[in-house]
Design a protein around this ligand. Sequence first.
Ligand SMILES: Cc1cc2nc3c(=O)[nH]c(=O)nc-3n(C[C@H](O)[C@H](O)[C@H](O)COP(=O)(O)O)c2cc1C
Length: 174
Amino acid sequence: MTQLLFIPGSLREASSSRATVRALVSRLEAGVTCQVADPGLLPHYNADLDKDPAVERFLADVAAADGVVFVTPEYNYSVPGLLKNAIDWASRPAYNSVFKDKPCFIVSVSGGALGGVRAQAHLKYILNGMLARPFTCQEIVIPQANAKVADGHLADEAILDFAELNLKAFIASL
Ligand SMILES: Cc1cc2nc3c(=O)[nH]c(=O)nc-3n(C[C@H](O)[C@H](O)[C@H](O)COP(=O)(O)O)c2cc1C
């Protein structure tokens, strides 16, 4: 049974990232276990808090996952602080963390026209620095994403079809 950990980069109720996570989880067949992390439970990075239960749980979840799926918006041309904080927690010890050799899949969203492609590039750079393994495929970007969310659903079947196709290729590679 393949186990995926989804990490959304936004906390808000009507988040397009979270709506995308829900849509992708609902499209995966039996045989894949999907868990969704809550990066909002993590304290700001502080090495003195490494026994915090939320931190321990998050690191254990990353370690247990066969693959990690990031679905994140772009904030100020980069990765939101929320997501960077979660990644920082799971990045120690350097070069030998739970992210070492971890297969990762990235979807980015934005309210604008570029779909968070700059955040996506930064995220790949960060993952490479942790010796993680970002999956190589055509970039999955969802532009004008917040305008596409109604009642918690992302109304863009074409991009969801494309994301699903690539996510299934990622799963097959695990
Ligand atoms: C602090 C902040 C910074 C943002 N910076 C960018 C940006 O650099 N590029 C962009 O395309 N959108 C930017 N946006 C707009 C987000 O892409 C948009 O709000 C998106 O819907 C957020 O994702 P969510 O729907 O998952 O919450 C920013 C939004 C916020 C709140």
